[in-house]
Design a protein around this ligand. Sequence first.
Ligand code: PLP
Length: 426
Amino acid sequence: MNTQQQYAEYMLPVAAKTVEPIAVASAKGRTITDTTGKEYLDCFSGISVVNAGHGHPKILAAAHAQMDKLVHCCSYVYQAPAVGELAQKLAEVTPGALKKSFFGNSGAEAIEGAMRLAKQATGHREIVALGYSFHGRTLGTLSVTGNMARKKNNGPYMGGVAFGPTPYCYRCPLKLEHPTCGLACAHALKDTIKQQTSGDVAAFLAEPVLGEGGILVPPGDYFRIATSIFHEHGALFIADEVQSGFGRTGKLFAIEHYGVEPDILAMAKGIANGFPLGAFIAREPVSEAMQPGDHLSTFGGNPISCAAAVANIEVLKEERLSENAAARGDELLARLRAFQEKSPKVGDVRGKGLMIGIELVRDRKTKEPADKEAKEIRVRLREAGVLVGVGGVFGNVVRLQPPLSITAAECDRAATELERAIEALG
Ligand SMILES: Cc1ncc(COP(=O)(O)O)c(C=O)c1O
């Protein structure tokens, strides 16, 4: 049996039928190689994970060295030195006064823990999230996810959750236009609290750039207005940086673009360049609300993943990968916006750094989502040797989220193939 046959026979259908029908044998830098030897330029990074590039030698060396010493001993003991080192490093590199970390294994687990901490710290019980948000696939994180396609077949969900209007300027839920809207969607969060909660709000949970929702970039003042509303109500701000963190948007954390300091920040994906790890970090005294025994994860803070994460953060800094993401991202956005002028299929081009979405429509006026076409483009690009993502609530957004080490020439190649594929739609 080959790999595809084994998946079909022995794995749940959710995994047995992959989005990209290729069997990956190895990957290095920005190049993925399948079992037939075909090479692909990776423009999706394993869903925005391998920010430093596949198989980065320094990160692998740190993980190998740790593996030889200690693989697992659980958080019942101090696992020296990688776990403590990572905690200290996160306190240094995360924005504002964020200081104390908890380590789990995934993004969803980070969000679950962050919500528990917010509830314990405030004594409040409700959460406000955003429409079109995505926070994970556990029952708790699906409860705060504003997207029916992800939630279907599993309701009813956790109560005490309200959703504010999505800051989605291209399809404004309030039918307004930025900047004349005066950021009405941010101010409307007051109504969300008044109309949809009992006033007992523990946290506002939001992605600084909404990834799965279709790379939605809230306007510059959005989080300043939103967080002040929630702080006035005694609620905390949890920034979900699971997808936007670790240099992806051109800063180490996307919330830094907004000049706002979260009370709790959740991270995963890019934290250890592919080694499984999730974390949340909180400022004091919020962090002190959890006492010994209140929270634990058996595999959480695995020493190998933590050693890889420490090396990963050093690599991001040494190789100036946030800066490269900002520069390559600006170039790509400028080029794709110029292409948008002459291509009626491109409704919107948006993003920050190397978190870029190209929203395809059948008609510029009606903005009818071109979802099948987006999938067709993914297939054409794969045939041309470029792997991209497709997402968004309407399934019509082509996502470019390559490793942050991508070169200008590689961006050029990806953009050329993408433009060619869009033009071929006719
Ligand atoms: C913003 C955001 N939060 C949480 C998650 C869940 O992360 P994980 O799949 O590691 O549980 C994701 C995954 O895509 C995400 O994009």
